[in-house]
Design a protein around this ligand. Sequence first.
Ligand SMILES: Cc1ncc(COP(=O)(O)O)c(C=O)c1O
Length: 307
Amino acid sequence: MGIKKVESIWVDGHLVPWDDATEHVLAHTMHYGVGAFEGIRAYQRTDGRTQIFRLREHIERLLDSSAICTMDVPFTRDQLMQACIDVVRANKMTSCYLRPLVYMGYGALGLGSLEPPIRTMVACYEWGSYLGDEGLKKGIRCMIPGFTRANSNAVMNKGKICGQYVTSVLAKRMAIKSGFEEALMLDPQGFVAEGSGENIFIIKHGVVRTPPTSAAILAGITRDTVITLLREQGVEVREEPIARDELYIADEVFLTGTAAEITPVRDIDHRKIGRGEAGPVTRRLQESFFSVVKGTDTKHNDWLAFV
Ligand SMILES: Cc1ncc(COP(=O)(O)O)c(C=O)c1O
């Protein structure tokens, strides 16, 4: 899916024309991957207004990821939130995906060098359903390729850090080349961790389970949204380890992420999950999620930043 160009990108405090938002080939992050990024969605509500979903939490995670990378971001949380609003407004987008990035620019290439400037950008562009409209409705097929999430001394799992996505990219490519839509990854102990870019939930006998945030997973903001919505519906949610074969015998499995939203899983490693379609708990959850982001349910307006 190519990126559809819009007018401008916010770079280091200014809106610059799309084609001018370029970087030197010797930028530090391009070589070693020390950078922090976010993926955020803006939705058009049924009343026509546009809101950016859970903007504050995404920017706070961007600052946390930057701190893990020892990058001092030269903008405050509020300035970065405003940058996101400004870039959506300037490009007259009604719904879109936002991609903020904090990275080390051009200056020096030593591993320990503090010379490269810390640069910040926020782009926005159109992005439909990450795993396809059909996937959102009917569910996707997943595989567990031979890549695992690393333990938390090897990889800073709580950060959304550029270089850490190599394993995700390789796992996802392996899954796609093998005829699946998504890769699921295990942790160093062999328990279920997450998708290449999503958190995972399973349902068995009406109880929902997901790995705890102490596991080798990103603490997803959609994960948190979903846990909140399910508990409000009176559904029991347990955050605990999940064994690989518990996936195969679950009644329902779904993935959550800003890009993937709530995507049902209908098959894992050639085993049909439940009836091989989106299950009832997943469908009900999708409905409540979309009512919140589209503004027909106003209970969680505190999660919305209006553009
Ligand atoms: C590895 C990984 N896990 C989980 C998620 C889901 O996180 P969120 O719901 O905050 O988008 C993402 C996406 O950001 C991700 O890249």
